[in-house]
Design a protein around this ligand. Structure first.
Ligand SMILES: N[C@@H](Cc1ccccc1)C(=O)O
Length: 512
């Protein structure tokens, strides 16, 4: 029989009568434990060994536990200091006992909490009394700490809980104090089967195998002749957490791919923009509540001066007098100075305005499709579905004769690419679109309908002054909400920010 070298080494080191652990075999063969595990599973598949598994609870002292093992628990030190100060006879002041015990920082609270709990004595109006019948060396927590720290070299080690005699309650207490950590450990052991013994007696030869293809093997052509070891995808291996793109960034990339695939071009433009592009072009009255300070991050910078004069005039006239023959304006104040003020954009519809007006590039002839996936800023209150900064998926289609069916069909097609087929529409109001619709999607975990976007067909009061004389349907969708639907995250703050769970970020998938 021929076996790959590592399998042969494990086979020879294994015994038919003694179970040998992976660690033993690794020490004997000089192979890494994960290599031995892989080889053991291969040998098992060939019927040459048996692999058994046992799970044990092991305890390890934490750094703090180790420290107390060397220097005594804070409450023990407090007891001794109080005893020295005569607290067995008369109460001593807490300050004096703490000073004598040389307790500092958090140790003081730890000592004062555990001292009465253990019946060492009492703490009353700033004074300590001790119970002289107590011997702090009999404290079961102290004995347990000593048992856990006691390995042959006096080093901290993992101790199999079955090997020591420590009460469960005491152990739980030490764990809740953060002095020991209890974990489950699986140990695998290997024994030769009859077939394994027979194979060894008949003689096994080592076949040289290659674990990994290298550029050298390919370049030299040697790969044709070597024998490759087989992969066992079920074998244990250390997890490698490599760097990867953030799930939100990957979702954004995916959104861009989908929209480009649907024939859209990407827009770009400034995060800090004039109120003109953010609001005035959208026929948002200047005294609209959302334009006041509580929704807007105003910036203390000079006003924006390079806005086309004629466009300003047309927009102002739409606000004051309305657009078209039967137009009726807002009859509310309109100030050019306010229009030129700069703020962080609260939506990326500012980019749509720049492009539709022809300011961002060429005059556009229908049909056209544009999008952006960019950050927006709102002075909202943080909660599970709101952040102060988020990504908006902005988009619009310019064409002759668009209808609500085009709008709905576009969203159905877009969300279908993410496996979302049950979006719902709700009539809505925006000052700049008519009709308007909010979009809702069902959260995969909670079943709740969450708002995922806002959309509509731009009013003539918007398109007219921009110089567009056909239909434009448009939307702003929330990237984070889409990611909540695709990843199942229930709180937007689980997706990014300081609360996000690193394991979630390592493993979250973006659906394709
Ligand atoms: N600007 C809107 C989205 C939207 C864009 C274009 C048309 C209609 C709605 C929002 O932020 O909610």
């Amino acid at each position: 029989m021929r076996l790959p070298e590592r399998q042969l080494a494990v086979l020879e080191a294994a015994s038919a009568t003694d179970e040998r652990t992976i660690d033993d075999l690794a020490a004997e063969t000089g192979l890494k434990p994960e290599t031995v595990t892989g080889a053991a599973f291969d040998l098992r598949d060939e019927g040459l060994v048996e692999v058994s598994e046992t799970t044990v609870d092991v305890a390890t002292l934490s750094d703090e536990g180790r420290e107390y093992l060397d220097e005594s628990l804070p409450e023990t030190r407090l007891f001794r200091a109080a005893l020295d100060a005569g607290a067995a006879d008369d109460p001593v002041s807490m300050g004096e006992a703490i000073g004598r015990a040389d307790l500092a920082g958090p140790e003081v609270d730890i000592a004062l909490a555990n001292f009465p709990r253990k019946g060492f004595g009492s703490v009353d109006s700033g004074e300590l009394t001790i119970d002289p019948s107590v011997d702090p060396d009999d404290d079961p927590e102290v004995t347990a700490l000593a048992a856990l720290g006691d390995d042959a070299n006096g080093d901290v080690a993992d101790i199999d809980l079955a090997d020591i005699d420590v009460d469960d309650d005491v152990l739980d207490r030490l764990a809740s104090r953060g002095l020991v950590e209890i974990t489950e450990r699986t140990t695998r052991s290997v024994t030769l089967t009859d077939e394994g013994v027979t194979a060894l007696m008949e003689g096994v030869e080592a076949a040289e195998t290659v674990g990994q293809v290298t550029p050298e093997l390919i370049a030299s052509g040697e790969w044709r002749d070597v024998e490759f070891s087989e992969y066992d995808v079920t074998a244990d291996a250390p997890a490698v957490g490599g760097g990867r793109k953030h799930v939100l960034r990957r979702t954004a990339d995916r959104v861009k791919d989908v929209l480009v695939g649907m024939g859209f071009q990407e827009m770009e433009g400034p995060h800090a923009d004039s109120d003109f592009w953010i609001n005035d072009c959208l026929f948002m009255p200047q005294d609209h509540p959302a334009r006041t300070h509580w929704d807007r991050f105003a910036l203390d910078v000079p006003p924006m001066d390079d806005i086309p004069e004629q466009l300003i005039e047309r927009v102002e006239s739409a606000h004051r007098d309305g657009y078209g023959a039967d137009g009726d304006g807002y009859h509310s104040p309109w100030s050019e100075a306010f229009a030129r003020e700069v703020a962080l954009r609260g939506h990326t519809t500012s980019l749509s305005m720049r492009y539709l007006s022809g300011y961002a590039g060429a005059e556009l002839e229908p049909p056209q499709r544009y999008f952006s996936v960019e950050k927006v800023y709102r002075n909202d209150t943080l909660d599970p579905t709101h952040l102060l900064e988020f990504f908006q998926i902005e988009g619009w289609v310019m064409a002759e004769d668009l209808s609500v069916r085009d709008l709905m069909g576009t969203f159905e097609e877009f969300y279908r690419q993410f496996g979302i087929t049950d979006i719902r529409f709700k009539p809505h109001y925006n000052p700049y679109t008519e009709p308007s619709f909010e979009l809702f999607g069902k959260h995969p975990e909670t079943g709740e309908e969450i708002e995922i976007g806002n959309s509509g067909i731009f009013r003539e009061e918007v398109t007219g002054p921009l110089g567009v004389d056909c239909d434009v349907m448009a939307w702003g969708l929330a990237l984070e909400r889409l990611a909540m639907l695709t990843t199942g995250a229930e709180d937007i703050r689980d997706l990014h920010g300081t609360l996000a769970d690193i394991e979630f970020l390592r493993n979250a998938e973006v659906s394709y």
